[in-house]
Design a protein around this ligand. Sequence first.
Ligand SMILES: Nc1ncnc2c1ncn2[C@@H]1O[C@H](COP(=O)(O)OP(=O)(O)OP(=O)(O)O)[C@@H](O)[C@H]1O
Length: 604
Amino acid sequence: MNRKGCDIEATGINYTIYTQKPQPPFKIFNKDQQFIELQPHQHQKSFSDPAPDTNPRARRVLRDVSCHAKPWEVLAIVGPSGAGKSSLLEILAGKITPQTSRICVNRKPVDKSRFKKISGYVTQKDTLFPLLTVEETLVFTAKLRLKLPKPELSSRVRSLIQELGLTHVANARVGDDRVRGISGGERRRVSIGVAVVHDPEVVILDEPTSGLDSNSAFQIIDMVKTMAETRGKTVVLSIHQPGFRIIKLFNSILLLANGTVLHQGTVDELNLSLRLIGLEPPLHVNIVEFAIDSIDTIQEQKNQKTSNLEQEPTAPTNRITQGKFTLQQLFQQSKVIDLDHDHDEKQDQDREKQQTQEQDDQERTIQDGFANSRLYETVILTHRFWKNISRTKELFACRTLQMLVSGLILGSIFYNLDMDLMGAEERVGLFAFILTFLLSTTVEALPVFLQEREILMKETSCGSYRVSSYAIANGLVYLPFLLILAVLFATPLYWLVGLNHSFLAFSRFLLLIWLILYTANSVVVCFSALVPNFIIGNSVISGVMGSFFLFSGYFVSEKGLLMNEFSGGGEGRCLEELFGKCLVTGEDLLREQGGYRKEGLFHM
Ligand SMILES: Nc1ncnc2c1ncn2[C@@H]1O[C@H](COP(=O)(O)OP(=O)(O)OP(=O)(O)O)[C@@H](O)[C@H]1O
């Protein structure tokens, strides 16, 4: 087997976040605003930056962090809560941009988009479709990320399922907090499978064992270790309180506290470092846990040594010759030892060749961009949408019933109303009510989109498919369903009101209802999927659409009213009677209020 893999070296990572200046609750615009919340990359460019150390609103998450992850090995990032582990992983995975950093892959600087292609990132939270089975989840991901013939794709997924130890649950639903499915540990494996289905060379895992019992945690890390050892992957993971058995699986440990690196090396080197600074780990004590418990002492020692070094520039040589080491020196020493170990000229040359080959492979992947054409992506996503929808029958049954009942109730209300006695405002109100009702039935399905939004974000950020393919697939799947809803709503409403019974007029009315439902659905789904803040996005959608429908009469001239076209000019009470006059123009309304002149001037 060819020795390939990614050697990752990150140096000088400094990451500071800036919290927002408290503002009066109703003050939206503030000229003096200096801080933008939690946008480090924007902060970098957009405004003057008081030094992070003196700025009371600056929080230094990572300070001059360096780390080195080798192929075929597992690097574990450990440290107390809030040490900066997740932030470091997100930076390595290209999810956030620090103020300064240099990340090299195989000794060459790499840009974010390239790195995303060759890496798989597993977040702390599982973002999976709960109603799909394990196999379906992996098949859809594989289809989206790989361009392989069907038999090859299936065999790849099958072997991945086997590798993940999920054969016994391959046909079980993934599930989540609400839907009963596979166990938490198995779900974590599926998440890992989704991240590695395209066979990335680097696998980054944020707390892969969180919430798992010690046995499941061990199985997960063991599986990841096997992946590294058999497939040459570079694995970087963060972990809380790893057990004895787990620690043995790590090739290297990076101890992080308060955003600074206190140690990187093997467990034995960590043990040695602790002893050298006078800490004696008791026998049979978990060394990593002991180190985390002794963080304050280690940090104190480190600070002391650093200040000593600053005062005596020649001290390092002296100390080393005297046999006393700082943690930093040990870290550097271990690097030297590593280099000595690896110093085999022939091996180096081979590696260089493989790196070039690898670089070419990566180039090809980047040039290809997405694995599939837009059309094929849309087909896959439509299929996936359809599977999900067909498994949420309850939601759709509820919406269907609701539309039918609402059509009947609204129809009866209109039937009993004497339209001639209604003023313009009541008509506007009624019309707005119908539209708002239609809109709200669409917004009802938002919890489903909320869940999907995270998956969409994750999948599009790693280049699985285009957002436009998602939008088109969503529309294709919902279109027939919304037609059913439109028929159920429009039929009783139309016939109960006793409108013009021409089929053409009814078809137009139906089309209008369908169009309203579809537009509302598409706008809500696409917008809520794309806005950075879900809650604000939805409030904006609801506000804008509600206001539009409510006040649409002000902006449409009577002649141009779409509803007039539905009247058909037949006998009986026509749609114009129902809707045409419900929608009033601004001119009508102002005339009713008194104070409007033909020239458009107001009489005050
Ligand atoms: N977006 C953010 N907003 C506010 N604080 C943040 C943000 N990102 C990071 N921090 C702060 O930075 C510090 C490091 O966070 P990070 O999540 O990286 O720590 P961690 O070591 O992964 O913690 P844990 O093990 O508890 O998950 C924390 O104190 C956290 O509060």
